[in-house]
Design a protein around this ligand. Sequence first.
Ligand SMILES: Nc1ncnc2c1ncn2[C@@H]1O[C@H](COP(=O)(O)OP(=O)(O)OP(=O)(O)O)[C@@H](O)[C@H]1O
Ligand SMILES: [Mg+2]
Length: 244
Amino acid sequence: MKIETVELSKTYGATKAVDGVSLSLEGDVQVLAMIGPSGSGKSTFLRLIGGLEVPTTGIVKIDGQPLPSEEAGLREVRRGNGFLFQSFNLFPHLTALENIVLPLAEVYGRSRAQATERAEEVVERFRLTDHVRKQPGQLSGGQQQRIALARAMAHDPALLLLDEPTSALDPEMKAEVLDLIAELCESGQQIILSTHEMGFAKGSADHVVFLAEGRCIEDAPSKDLFESPATETVSCFLEKVMKW
Ligand SMILES: Nc1ncnc2c1ncn2[C@@H]1O[C@H](COP(=O)(O)OP(=O)(O)OP(=O)(O)O)[C@@H](O)[C@H]1O
Ligand SMILES: [Mg+2]
């Protein structure tokens, strides 16, 4: 994917959540990780790229195309993407399978039969077949997040946006969700994720963007950023969070 932002800003009241970020990621970035301290603007940046928010100023271009600024155009962009957030956001009254079938039928216009067939295919790939008849309340956090991930990618999104997909999970469940995301990375899915899992970002992302106070402090190929950060800010952050 090719991602470019030009002086991208998003302001909420007096808070500059994203503050004049100009980035130009050309070439072969398939998996991009956003890292940085809490409140640094990662989620906001991800939402701007995914078309969930309209910038206060600036432009986002994906593969050379500027994102539309009007609602109808943005809705189309969102429809083409897949999203997964920290909290699972599954419909509590539907079975796991129905949580995947429903958007395929209602949002993506597949027939019930096609939607069910596709949902069964993804749950099998995600090793969730045994759980599909359960409702979210009967599933562990890790299983719920795997269902939410299956739902996010069932329509073959152009871009899969994951906002701290594992931060609400226990270590073991974290690992099972990260394994699945790593598998998606390996399968060629284009992914942008925000994460506090530095090991995962280092191992699975091609490129990393480090944000602090809404600004991009560094962006570099993953290995370079983790092994030889160019700024004091990034090296202090990494030292602190990778200590244990
Ligand atoms: N909808 C909103 N309304 C008001 N302020 C917001 C909103 N969304 C984000 N902010 C503020 O913008 C700043 C950046 O928030 P953001 O959620 O993007 O950070 P983050 O890097 O994702 O943090 P975390 O690692 O804790 O998830 C924070 O100061 C936050 O309080
Ligand atoms: Mg966030």
